[in-house]
Write a new protein. Structure first.
Length: 249
């Protein structure tokens, strides 16, 4: 999580623009690589491999590039988790700023799906892919809790430089070991509702996914506090003073 100055954050509009653009590009990577994979092969395993690799590479780049601007959250779960971990301190991000970040991320998620559709000449449509079942939701809880733990364990232990690679590695692994293929991000989930492609998710499947992500975030936060209870390490906007990204999906 970073901001541009060692003492003062960048203006909020610039940070919000970074969150919007970054989330849009993240969803464009996820959706676009899924479409490309489907067009190149009919092997579902190879399609998932291509999709996951593109997401891993894109995620690292986005966190590295946008971390110094907005913190490269690109994920409402990350923004809210940061706020909760910093509450009661002068480092806590204002509630209105948290809401503005989340709004920018959600708008970016939708824009990214629309962009991917346009790049691949896919007709605009709401997704029809149902992603349901207890196992799938458990997978989403695992993916989200792990993401929160990875990010804030590194931040609290003053190893924020590892966040880009660690977050991308976790998401890449979770594509394969979780039954949900690791959305772990409300903005990405909502965005993927606007593309009826490999990466799409039907509207009826979105609310349970969002609920699972909230539960996963709570579990991840509990693990962070249990394993890294000290506030000595930088958390929340405090990390802005050392220009370190938080990260995403």
């Amino acid at each position: 999580m970073t901001r541009a100055s060692a003492t003062e954050p960048l203006p909020l509009p610039r940070r919000l623009a970074a969150e919007l653009v970054g989330t849009a590009l993240l969803v464009a990577v996820v959706v676009g690589s899924g479409v490309m994979a489907q067009r190149l092969t009919t092997d579902v395993g190879l399609q998932l491999l291509a999709n996951s690799l593109a997401t891993v590479f894109g995620l690292v780049v986005l966190i590295v590039v946008l971390g110094p601007v907005s913190g490269a959250h690109l994920n409402p779960v990350v923004t809210v988790a940061e706020r909760l971990l910093a509450r009661g301190t002068d480092q806590a991000r204002p509630s209105l700023e948290v809401a503005a970040y989340a709004a920018a991320q959600l708008a970016g998620g939708i824009a990214g799906a629309v962009l991917a559709n346009a790049m691949f000449d896919v007709s605009p449509a709401i997704a029809t892919t149902d992603r349901t079942g207890t196992g799938v939701l458990i997978g989403e809880i695992v993916a989200t809790s792990g993401l929160v733990l990875v990010i804030f364990a590194l931040v609290r232990s003053e190893r924020s430089a590892l966040v880009p690679a660690a977050v991308a590695a976790w998401i890449g692994a979770a594509y394969w070991f979780t039954s949900s293929t690791s959305f772990a991000n409300p903005a990405v989930t909502v965005g993927r509702m606007f593309t009826d492609t490999f990466a799409g998710i039907a509207p009826a499947s979105v609310p349970p996914f969002l609920a699972a992500q909230v539960v996963g975030a709570a579990i991840g936060l509990g693990a962070v506090v249990a394993f890294y209870p000290s506030r000595r390490a930088r958390t929340g906007p405090a990390a802005a003073t050392v220009h370190q990204p938080v990260g995403v999906i």
